[in-house]
Write a new protein. Structure first.
Length: 260
């Protein structure tokens, strides 16, 4: 058995999930006006520059401080409200890639540092096997300042994937991982078939050095794929992904010309 693991932000979806999540959290009274402005700035910076993996402890601390004392019911309500926004951001190419893996008999998982109640419904909506995400401990229906399992960021992603592989019997040498960020290097290194999707500069350089497939999904620019594959299987899958992205770009371009 094998599986395919997808990072969420800038990989499975376009842009960052932080902004739509922050908006719904603000509506629920979990964040202030000042914080929503900070999150907006952070989401824009992430969209432009990606995550360099230099803020793991800060992200973890912020996450725990954000959910401490919040009722489980409130967070689930935020998840319900944000789900349509996240679904709308899922890349068409990502949907097709998920389907390709499913047809090949592989399980598909979202892997994200975001709260599990936010990520799990998205995985379910997309028909994926499930979600690997950060879980907070709860007592009497409210979250504490502790985690139930690893913080699914950086090394935490590889730890969670490795444990899941043990539980499910996955052969990680035959599994795939997709990410845009150098911060996800541990996740990419733990599988036999890592793929860089819309990578930041550091991950792009590393992928070229190691011969990993690099796939660019974009609606505005011509799709391209960097050559360098570890196996014929990886090459075939990456080529299929590339062609899907290219076909989508052509469809969008014809639609624009028709409307013009």
């Amino acid at each position: 058995m094998a599986a395919a693991f997808f990072d969420l932000d800038r990989t499975l979806i376009a842009g960052a999930s932080l902004f739509p999540l922050s908006v719904e959290a603000w509506r629920a009274g979990l964040v202030s006006n000042g914080e929503i402005r900070r999150f907006t700035t952070g989401a824009l910076a992430f969209k432009l520059f990606g995550d360099k993996g230099e803020r793991s402890e800060g992200v973890r601390t912020d996450f725990l401080g954000r959910v401490e004392g919040v009722s489980v019911e409130v967070l689930h309500d935020v998840a319900r409200r944000v789900l349509p926004r996240l679904v709308a951001r899922v890349r068409p190419e990502s949907r097709r890639l998920i389907k390709m893996h499913e047809q090949a008999g592989r399980d598909t998982w979202i892997v994200s540092a975001s709260p599990y109640p936010i990520v799990a419904p998205l995985a379910e909506r997309l028909g994926m096997t499930g979600a690997i995400a950060t879980r907070g401990k709860s007592v009497d229906g409210h979250y504490t300042a502790e985690l139930d399992g690893p913080f699914v960021y950086g090394e935490g992603k590889s730890e969670a994937i490795t444990q899941l592989a043990v539980d499910r019997g996955y052969d990680l040498k035959h599994s795939y991982a997709y990410s845009d960020s150098i911060s996800d290097l541990p996740m990419l290194e733990v599988v036999g078939h890592p793929v860089a999707v819309n990578p930041d500069s550091e991950l792009a350089d590393l992928a070229h050095e190691r011969g990993w497939p690099v796939v660019i999904f974009s609606r505005k620019t011509k799709q391209r794929m960097a050559v360098g594959f570890g196996s014929a299987t990886t090459a075939g899958l990456a080529l299929g992904t590339y062609l899907l992205g290219r076909r989508h770009g052509r469809i969008v371009e014809r639609a624009r010309r028709g409307s013009g």
